[in-house]
Design a protein around this ligand. Sequence first.
Ligand SMILES: N[C@@H](CCC(=O)N[C@@H](CS)C(=O)NCC(=O)O)C(=O)O
Length: 251
Amino acid sequence: MAAPYELIYYTGVPGRAEHIRLALEEAGAAYTDTGSLGSFDQVRKAVTKYLTERKPEEEENPPYFAPPMFKHGDLIISQTPNILLYLGPKLGLAGSREGDVYRVNALALTALDGLSNEVHDSHHPIAVDMYYEDQKEESKRRSQEWIKTRLPKHLGYWERALTSDDSGPWLLGSTFTYADLVLFHCLDGTLFAFPKAMEHAEKSGKYNHVFKHWENVKARPNIAAYLASDKRQKYDWGIYRYYPDNDVVLE
Ligand SMILES: N[C@@H](CCC(=O)N[C@@H](CS)C(=O)NCC(=O)O)C(=O)O
């Protein structure tokens, strides 16, 4: 019997594990998810054993710094884009031409850099371990700068990426890959965190392919069913947070 896919992550927010869930859901793959184990305490225990034991479970694997982790047989790996790189070809979501896995990985890394890590830093610009409330002023300033300069740069890049190949609606033309899912979730989270700024960007008409791409991914049958299910967790304290003070419209 094939080894099961096991996702190890916290509960209470979609978080970084969402990129992995979306790939598994799109492919219709069976998997277990510590995030749906039940109580917060049960989930915390299931996750932290991988972070605190010297060499948890499998001798060949080095310790893990932070979730998500992914277990497949004897292999347990961490780092979201690394897990996607592993899973992509197995799920048929990494293209088929020579070099496609690296094209897809580059696109996924770019989306995670700009529309996940940078968005996280907008509410934690001074220190990750400090409360948002203790860096509120800096967060406001950083968000304003981000909306003014970085958001148009990222959206402009994705518009260019989506129009660089005439053959289809996806990032690799007519071939749907996990990079499309990563971009979708990054846009979705950014829409949650900065609704006014994103509405303004959409209305500018400069990024029509980007917003259409978000809609197209959302409408894919397996993704639509997953998003409507109780497996899809709500945004809250994670990377994508809504702070009205940070969400500004700048010309
Ligand atoms: N680059 C890693 C980041 C992992 C990460 O920071 N995970 C968060 C949860 S979303 C975490 O556990 N952070 C704990 C910490 O930084 O102390 C990835 O993409 O998987």
